[in-house]
Design a binder for this molecule. Structure first.
Ligand code: ADP
Length: 625
């Protein structure tokens, strides 16, 4: 077959551009990336051969070889792993299959400095070869296949693929190094890099230096070594390898479970949020090994989705080596491992949360929204997870725990009050909070989309022997009457519009607004604003409705309750006016404007912007004449 010429997928083109022009002050990590890929490929073949030994064709001696060639100016990284077929070469090295890539690339700014840190969360893997190479050639033969293929590219938009008659099993990646990057031909340099980044790889890495050919890593799986012998640096490098990550691990957990079920866990919590953490597949990312043989990096049973930020490996003593995908489902051994892992991870989080130096706020900022999914998905551990949660609240700028909140509850306060929205600053200004703030009742300010779901699903928080309900302020205005106000803060009845005038005004507003509102009533909660919109008891909050509309899950807009502040000058004025002058266009305009501005404060546009503008002008004109 003749050589085929192909274009990189547009996303790859963009990524390559960034790789070549702005990436990494430490170019040497290209070697770690290629060695990682080679080691993953050997792992995959070793596992495939458990059920299909013929794939090995007698060669089970897995290794990765580095071959620098000074004369040719090339460095080759060769493995005898699974290799890639013709189609896999094209798909794996010509496109980016990672979900969310397009969205991720859209976030890049073109500003090299900012992009570099973003790209760190994404990982460029194979493409990092182009940091040091002007030409990359991959010769690969997939285990079990006869033909080999050569993939080649200068990283400028196109690559070629051609058949090669003779090819060793696995993949050999040959980099034609740029003039400035010839240092990567130096055996000492290569040894140092491997020692630094890839020492823990379980497959031997060998360096060919002239006639000499020696293993340059220790090739024992890191997690099998005693903790005391492993340095922080080695843990970090292993994390980078296993997670394909670039940041520091925020937490490292290494332990051996002994007893009924035996396994070793080496787990990490990243310090920065992976770009795809909110992808709908919610996949977990811990790799499963059985007695040091890699089994899968796609075992959903290992950890629940709400811990999908955890990275690392679990190595089981009890599962059979030839465990199949089907056997992994509903497997009692795995179920026990999972329980153990969840307990350890939550235990570690608790420990870090209690340690003032533990940097828990940074963890919370990155992964709090993920962990919160556990509040309603893991019923048994709900209270434990709630205690790990941190919240913004009206009590200040910092993060608070539920225990702290409960400790500050006022006499007569029945519930933990919450308000949901998408912007913290806007929530702090919400008229719905006014009465709560005036009475010194703390309100949790919830801005993660997930908050809408757990608050309504969870119901209660267990504080000692009490169970305290979560309640949205939007549906809890009446509660305020039961809370003792601080001295002088209680608005006197005398400040209000007279009851008879108020009744007439409310009637007039109802008339004018008709179906647009569910009800109009006097408010307990408002102290500063004239009006606000609230949900009826048991009804979906406005914020949730907005989220659902944004996701096309509802197109309905439910009418809300318009609350008016009987102590507000405007409301008192209107009430007096309606009593003496009756209704008319003026009241109709006022009613429509009050509703529209209550909507605007909630982040909704006026229902009819043109009518809104006309009314504003009319009212301003009346004020002038
Ligand atoms: P990642 O490793 O994060 O998936 P890469 O860009 O490094 O991303 O690699 C893309 C894919 O190419 C890998 O997932 C793997 O399927 C394939 N690949 C890369 N290197 C090798 C190799 N040495 N042997 C076999 N397959 C490889």
């Amino acid at each position: 077959m003749a050589e085929e010429k192909r274009q990189f997928q547009a996303e790859v083109g963009k990524l390559l551009d960034i790789v070549v022009h702005s990436l990494y002050s430490n170019k040497e990590i290209f070697l770690r990336e290629l060695i990682s890929n080679a080691s993953d490929s050997c792992d995959r073949l070793r596992y495939a051969a458990v059920t299909e030994p013929d794939l090995l064709a007698g060669d089970a001696d897995f290794q990765i070889r580095l071959v620098p060639d000074k004369d040719a100016g090339t460095l080759t990284i060769a493995d005898n792993g699974l290799g890639m077929s013709h189609d896999e070469l094209i798909a794996n090295l010509g496109t980016i299959a990672k979900s969310g890539t397009a969205e991720f690339l859209g976030r890049l700014t073109g500003d090299a400095k900012k992009d570099v840190s973003l790209i760190g969360q994404f990982g460029v893997g194979f493409y990092s070869a182009f940091m040091v190479a002007e030409q990359v050639t991959v010769v690969s033969r997939k285990a079990g296949e006869a033909k080999g293929w050569r993939w080649s590219s200068d990283g400028k938009g196109e690559f070629t693929v051609a058949e090669v008659p003779e090819a060793a099993r696995g993949a050999a990646i040959t980099l034609t190094l740029r003039e400035a990057d010839k240092e990567f031909l130096d055996p000492f340099r290569l040894k140092a890099i491997v020692k630094r980044y890839s020492d823990h790889i379980a497959i031997p890495v060998r360096l060919k230096d002239g006639e000499a050919d020696e293993a340059i890593n220790s090739a024992s799986a890191l997690w099998t070594r005693p903790k005391a012998e492993i340095t922080a640096e080695q843990y970090k490098e292993f994390y980078h390898h296993v997670a394909h990550a670039f940041d520091e691990p925020w937490a490292t957990l290494h332990y051996k479970a002994e007893g009924a079920i035996e396994y070793t866990g080496l787990l990490f919590v990243p310090s920065s949020k992976p770009f795809d953490i909110f992808h709908p597949d919610r996949k977990q990312h811990v790799k499963l090994y059985v007695r040091r043989v890699f089994i899968t990096d796609d075992c959903e049973e290992l950890l629940p989705p709400y811990l999908r930020f955890v990275r690392g490996v679990v190595d089981s003593q009890d599962l059979p080596l030839n465990v199949s995908r089907e056997m992994l489902q509903h497997n009692p051994v795995l179920a026990k491992i999972r329980t153990g892992l969840v307990k350890r991870v939550l235990g570690e989080l608790k420990k870090k949360a209690e340690d003032a130096e533990g940097g828990y706020a940074a963890f919370w900022d990155a992964f709090g929204a993920v962990l919160k999914e556990g509040i309603y998905e893991d019923y048994e551990r709900r209270d434990e997870i709630l205690d790990l949660c941190r919240f913004r609240s009206t009590a200040g700028d910092g993060l608070v725990t539920l225990a702290e909140y409960v400790g500050r509850m006022k006499d007569g306060q029945e519930a933990i009050y919450t308000i949901t929205g998408d912007d913290l600053a806007a929530l702090r200004q919400s008229p719905q909070l006014e009465g709560f703030v005036a009475k010194g009742v703390e309100v949790l300010l919830l801005t993660d989309p997930i908050d809408e779901f757990w608050v309504s699903a969870v119901g209660k928080y267990k504080a000692g022997d009490r169970e305290i309900e979560f309640r949205s302020v939007a549906a809890a205005g009446a509660d305020l009457g039961k809370v003792q106000a601080p001295e002088g803060a209680d608005k006197a009845k005398a400040d209000e519009a007279p009851a008879d005038e108020l009744t007439i005004l409310i009637e007039a507003l109802k008339q004018a607004l008709g179906e647009k509102v569910k009800d109009v009533r006097a408010s307990e909660r408002l102290t500063e604003s004239a009006v606000c919109l609230v949900a009826a008891e048991g009804e979906m909050s406005m914020h949730l409705e907005k989220l659902l509309r944004a996701h096309g899950q509802t197109d309905k807009e439910r009418p809300r309750i318009l609350e008016i502040n009987p102590r507000h000058r405007l409301i008192k004025g209107l009430a007096a006016r309606v009593k003496t002058a009756g209704t008319g266009p003026e009241i109709e305009d006022a009613a429509a404007l009050l509703l529209d501005q209550a909507r605007i404060v909630e982040g909704e546009p006026p229902a009819d912007p043109v009518a809104f503008a006309r009314r504003v002008v009319a009212v301003m004109e009346r004020g002038l004449v």
